[in-house]
Ligand binder design. Structure first.
Ligand code: ASP
Length: 447
């Protein structure tokens, strides 16, 4: 009976449900923040809503993280094993890396232009001191940690490349280090193609069935996305509200403007130019993944949704998506690279540090390089920002203060840049799919 009723009721698409959850989360989160502002003792209802939504959000986030590792490994192994010949493999690899470098460069340039034109760091003295006061309130543990990590400077950057070839595969998996797992899975898939026929078919059969099993579990978890998104966003907004944004107004606006230009002008142009794809169709297909990226502030945790949307709703083949998307989630971060650039130049303006074009070029290069190594987890760019500030000889005593100032608004901006990171990866997959002769479909998204 329930089945026939379910069939008769029109199915609400997943992205609409997620959007509705997000609107509700904004309403409840901001209202709770506003109505308890300034009170140190939070009322019982506040604690109740906060705790229950945190519980739901964490459950959903754990579910996503739970499938990321088996999903990445099985998808890459199947994808590469099926690509077969070396030529396909090399061609896809080169296209992917070229596209990622191009979009990264465009993102950084956009960020640099915005921050130089708007000059958000040129603030009146009173606002400047308000910012410094705000920062005195805390967050120091997190920033101390980031400072310590960044202290390794170049050694830290080299470590990224060490991590690509993990000495201990299981340790990489336990620590969620995707880069190492990706490299291993690429090798694994590639050498399946070199096995004698008999072994090859056993391997292919096994990994393919495992992959479809993991995909079913992923789908099941994704069906809870509306609840998860509500659970993730509500407590965040209850805590930070939007009040903090006003002090940091022009800085936050500069970042937002850069991200908007990248996602509403640059990427749509690339989609049209290289893939003959209408960006509205693409964005609609990607909506569940973009909204989840926004809610989790983590590209890695969003990866299961990104893969689902790109294959099922945008019609990109598994061959292309299983290769480009896991790589993109760790290596291609347009939003992060743009953000890093804006932050570094903004802080230079704020502290009156002269930054010529040569230094700014160094910033560009380092932003590109570090965005490859930044993990797809919340606030991961803070360490990269410190590394860049150190590399351009920013006064050491101002680094902690500067990063502290940025940290005040980091969460909200992190949500926005992570959505752009995921968007960039999905555009790459769609364009590369088209260039491989795939048709793609954007109609009637399945949810
Ligand atoms: N949170 C970002 C991501 O997961 C990384 C960052 O910019 O901090 O994509």
């Amino acid at each position: 009976f329930s089945h026939s009723v379910g069939k008769k009721m029109k199915k609400v698409p997943l992205h609409v449900k997620i959007l509705a959850a997000l609107v509700l989360a904004f309403a409840i989160g901001l209202w709770s923040n506003y109505s308890t502002e300034g009170t140190t003792e939070k009322p019982d209802w506040f604690i109740f809503i906060r705790d229950i939504s945190t519980f739901i959000g964490t459950l959903f986030l754990n579910g996503l993280k739970m499938v990321v590792i088996p999903l990445v490994m099985t998808s890459i192994i199947c994808g590469v094993a099926k690509i077969g010949g070396e030529r396909d493999f090399g061609r896809l690899g080169i296209k992917t890396l070229l596209f990622y470098s191009l979009t990264g460069l465009l993102a950084v340039t956009t960020g640099l232009l915005c921050v130089n034109l708007i000059e958000p760091g040129q603030v009146p003295e009173e606002i400047r001191s308000q910012m410094l006061d705000n920062q005195a309130d805390g967050h120091s543990a997190k920033i101390d940690g980031a400072l310590k990590q960044a202290d390794r400077g170049w050694a830290g950057i080299l470590e990224i490349f060490h991590r690509m070839v993990p000495a201990n595969l299981f340790k990489a998996a336990v620590e969620g280090q995707l880069l190492g797992l990706i490299f291993f899975s690429l090798l694994f898939g590639f050498f399946i193609t070199r096995l004698p026929e008999k072994h090859q078919s056993i391997q292919l059969g096994f990994w393919e069935s495992l992959n479809s099993l993991i995909l079913s579990i992923t789908n099941f978890i994704i069906s809870f996305a509306p609840y998860g998104v509500f659970g993730l966003v509500t407590p965040t907004l209850m805590k930070v509200g939007l009040g903090t944004l006003s002090v940091m107004g022009s800085f936050a606006l500069t970042v937002a403007l850069g991200l908007l230009i990248h996602s509403l002008i640059v990427l749509p142009l690339l989609l049209r130019l290289f893939g003959k794809i209408n960006f509205i169709d693409h964005y609609r297909a990607m909506a569940p993944a973009l909204l989840t990226a926004f809610s989790t502030a983590s590209s890695s945790a969003t990866l299961p949704l990104t893969m689902e949307c790109v294959t099922k709703r945008a019609g990109v083949s598994k061959k292309v998506s299983s290769f480009t998307l896991p790589l993109g989630a760790t290596m291609n971060m347009d939003g992060t690279a743009l953000f890093e650039c804006v932050v570094v130049v903004f802080l230079a303006q704020l502290f009156g540090v002269e930054m010529g074009w040569i230094t700014q070029t160094t910033v560009v290069l380092m932003a590109l390089l570090t965005s490859i190594g930044v993990a797809g987890i919340p606030s991961a760019s803070l360490v990269a920002i410190i590394v860049i500030l150190q590399a351009v000889n920013f006064p050491p005593e101002s680094i902690a203060i500067g990063v502290g100032i940025v940290y005040v608004v980091d969460r909200i901006l992190d949500m926005c840049r992570t959505a752009v990171n995921v968007l960039g990866d999905s555009c790459a997959a769609a364009i590369i799919g088209k260039s491989e002769g795939e048709k793609g479909y954007y109609s009637s998204p399945q949810s």
